[in-house]
Design a binder for this molecule. Structure first.
Ligand code: COA
Length: 385
């Protein structure tokens, strides 16, 4: 029997041509395009097409895709009614998982998932993908209003994905700089090889479950603090530390108790996550636009980064994507418990690209185990125990 590797570290779970990481050099590329170039030049809509389709779209293809995304932004009133029954104190990730799972009841579509050969019906894949990607943003934005007791605004067809999300989320016309920053955040979070939530996409997708079940499973997986939930924890951690002079003591105490520092470390990267570098620059951009030279949260974060580099660099532990994303969203006025839900909106594109790839060459996931329990033995009647 082969060796058991906890967390399947280093074990290939699939063959994929969607994205790639060079963890030593700190390189991330979607379909071969470096993340820095996509963040600089692309849009979330174009990046969705690149991920789903494997190539950059022509102007006409992009316009058609944007049109399909726009026309799927509205959700049935029943979904809104369902969301009104959720407790306002519920976490946005629990809300999102429940609401996305419910989409399968309102917009069913399993016609391609027959179990007879590969599902390569591009129209079906696109149809389901736009239904989910479009509505993820709507659902997260609607919840921001519903949980505060207000009716959410209707989506607007004259806005791109990021603009419309900010419009629906805040109820105000989006500032162009903030909308572009949100667009870049969505690009940066859209895909990241076979991480835990994407692996759950492969596993659930391999059973030919509906794409709504696939994405609901992935949302649940992303919610954990060792994965996407870390961005919320980073902000809570900075809050708890308070001031830069307390950082060393805080970090050392946690390390002594073998506790992790949130937003640090990655299975793949042994250097600073390239997305963290881009996000850090975006925080500076937001500060500049607000005429701020100093941001106490940023000062604190930089000190955490410095102390962690001193204590953990020899283990290859550096800031990951979640370290600066929470600070950025905080600067944009977004509440901490929504950070991971925004991450999920973006990641739905990568998840669906992997779902498509899995369906094209599917075999149900059914790993094996190393049984370490009792050998076969006879049942003992209760009176003899
Ligand atoms: N704080 C302190 N130590 C950390 C650390 C962190 N955030 N991340 C990793 N380490 C340590 C590990 O404890 C291990 O130490 P050891 O060799 O003495 O046992 C060493 O660094 C190597 O860890 P590694 O095997 O690379 O971690 P992993 O692949 O099992 O776990 C994470 C990866 C992401 C789960 C882990 O880094 C972590 O928990 N980070 C904090 C949560 C987080 O920010 N998650 C978001 C990821 S994008």
């Amino acid at each position: 029997m082969s060796e058991y590797l906890p967390g399947l570290a280093g074990v290939p779970a699939t063959k994929s041509n969607i994205s790639d990481i060079d963890g030593e050099k700190g390189i991330l590329a979607y379909r071969g395009y470096p993340i820095e170039q996509l963040a600089d030049k692309s849009t979330f809509e174009e990046t969705c097409m690149l991920l789903l389709n494997g190539k950059l779209p022509t102007t006409q293809e992009l316009e058609e895709f944007e049109q399909r995304l726009h026309s799927n932004r509205r959700t049935q009133f029943h979904i809104r009614d369902l969301m009104k029954t959720f407790p306002p104190s519920g976490h946005p990730m629990e809300m999102l998982q429940t609401a996305v799972a419910s989409l399968g009841m309102f917009y069913p579509g399993n016609e391609c998932l027959t179990g007879t050969g590969a599902c390569e019906d591009l129209d079906y894949i696109y149809n389901m993908s736009v239904k989910i990607i479009s509505r993820m943003g709507t659902i997260v934005a609607m919840w921001e209003h519903l949980r505060n007791g207000y009716e959410p605004p209707e989506p607007r067809d004259d806005l791109n994905y990021a603009e419309n999300f900010l419009y629906m989320f805040t109820g105000k016309d989006p500032d162009p700089l903030m909308a572009r920053i949100m667009d870049v955040c969505l690009i940066l979070h859209a895909e990241h090889t076979i991480n835990a939530s994407t692996f759950s996409v492969l596993v659930t997708g391999s059973t030919l479950a509906s794409p709504y079940s696939v994405i609901a499973a992935a949302i649940g997986t992303l919610s954990g603090p060792l994965h996407g939930g870390a961005n919320q924890r980073v902000l809570e951690m900075l809050d708890e530390i308070g001031t830069p002079d307390k950082v060393e003591e805080y970090v050392d105490k946690r390390l002594a108790k073998k506790e992790v520092i949130w937003g640090m470390g990655h299975r793949e990267y042994k250097t600073k996550d390239p997305r963290a570098t881009i996000l850090e620059k975006l925080v500076n951009k937001v500060m500049e636009s607000q005429g701020k030279n100093v941001n106490p949260l940023m000062e604190l974060a930089r000190e955490v980064e410095r102390v962690c580099e001193d204590r953990l660099a020899h283990k290859g532990v550096y800031p990951n994507v979640d370290f600066y994303s929470g600070i950025l969203y905080n600067e944009m006025g977004i509440s901490a418990d929504q950070f991971t839900a925004i991450f999920a909106i973006a990641r739905s594109a990568g998840w669906l690209a992997h779902w498509r790839e899995q369906l094209a060459d599917n075999r149900i996931f059914r790993p094996t185990q190393m049984y370490i329990g009792e050998p076969l033995r006879d049942y003992v009647p209760i009176e003899l125990r």
